[in-house]
Write a protein that binds this ligand. Structure first.
Ligand SMILES: Cc1cc2nc3c(=O)[nH]c(=O)nc-3n(C[C@H](O)[C@H](O)[C@H](O)COP(=O)(O)OP(=O)(O)OC[C@H]3O[C@@H](n4cnc5c(N)ncnc54)[C@H](O)[C@@H]3O)c2cc1C
Ligand code: FES
Length: 273
């Protein structure tokens, strides 16, 4: 019997956490499938359905090593993400996926990993960060350089505080605040300030497109080669399975061939992202 590939699996929201309040609100949702589910890889996404409202593609921010739930951290943007923000514990949603390729973390064993994220861009990074942290003996030094516009805009605040005892964490905000003791400036500037060594290191940078561009430039400036830099492309998506053509960059279907690209791969493609 053929199954309908667009049919989502039902899942229950088991926790809702407000990360950031205000107009650009961000919430983290944990979900459990009602009946069966799927396993994912770091960097993959899922299409979340809010019945009667629509679907949105969202990065799975939990590690594949965590089997109890799938986690999503979501910025309130428009129709669907606003409906997601209205969900409560016990709400039922649809989830289809997992979609896309993944960060090739198996081939990074023995290497240092530098994570450079901005704003909600910590969500796709978080899955890799948690996985490599759980398997720390397989990897070298893990370093996070993360920034947000203001201190209240920082996501995963408690988790980041806890992370500081486990790996190097360098935070930044764009403009000075009286109580802020860490770096003031953009994430790319913090990279240039901290100058992490490119030696045997992979860098992952995720966030708003302008942040990704400036971070890649900064990483190149301090000696990272194009094939040492990875990012994700978040072109708008509809089907998620390479049928509608909504997400294309040239002949690439980002929903299937991406969203994870090395800078060496991405710079060969048309600048449609
Ligand atoms: C691979 C992938 C992974 C993603 N992961 C996450 C994630 O982990 N967390 C998260 O909060 N968001 C993520 N997004 C973005 C998310 O899919 C969109 O914000 C969401 O679909 C918007 O839907 P909406 O109905 O709320 O907004 P709409 O009502 O459709 O649009 C509201 C506004 O948002 C803009 N917009 C919609 N989609 C995008 C997009 N993809 N890029 C830029 N602008 C957009 C529209 O142009 C419009 O201005 C991801 C997108 C992709 C493609
Ligand atoms: S979202 Fe339809 S082809 Fe990629």
């Amino acid at each position: 019997m053929r199954t309908n590939v667009y049919l989502p699996k039902l899942a229950k929201v088991i926790s809702v956490k407000e990360e950031v309040g205000g107009v650009r609100s961000i919430k983290t949702f944990r979900t459990q499938f009602l009946d069966g589910g799927f396993t994912h890889k770091c960097g993959q996404c899922a299409m979340l359905s809010i019945f009667g409202k629509g679907e949105s593609m969202i990065s799975i921010s939990s590690s594949p090593l965590v089997k109890d739930y799938l986690q999503f951290s979501i910025l309130k943007m428009g129709r669907v993400t606003s409906a997601i923000h209205d969900l409560e514990v016990g709400s039922i949603i649809g989830i289809r996926g997992p979609y896309g390729n993944a960060f090739p973390i198996e081939s990074w064993k023995g290497k240092n990993i530098l994570f450079a994220g901005g704003g909600i861009g910590l969500a796709p990074i978080w899955s890799v960060l948690q996985t490599t942290l759980l398997r720390k003996k397989d990897y070298g030094d893990l370093t996070l350089i993360y920034g947000a516009r203001t201190s209240p805009d920082i996501v995963f605040k408690e988790e980041l505080a806890d992370l500081k005892s486990k790996m190097k964490v360098h935070l930044s905000i764009d403009v000075a605040e009286p109580e802020w003791k860490e770096f003031v400036g953009f994430v790319a500037q913090n990279i240039l300030d901290k100058k992490p060594s490119p030696e045997n290191t992979i860098a992952i940078t995720c966030g708003p497109p302008i942040m990704i561009k400036t971070c890649i430039k900064a990483l190149s400036e301090i000696g990272f080669k194009d094939d040492q830099i990875y990012t994700t492309v978040e072109n708008k998506m509809k089907c998620g399975i390479g049928k509608c053509g909504r997400c294309n960059i040239g002949r690439h279907y980002v929903c299937k061939d991406g969203p994870v690209y090395s800078w060496a791969e991405l710079r060969q493609l048309p600048q449609e992202y």
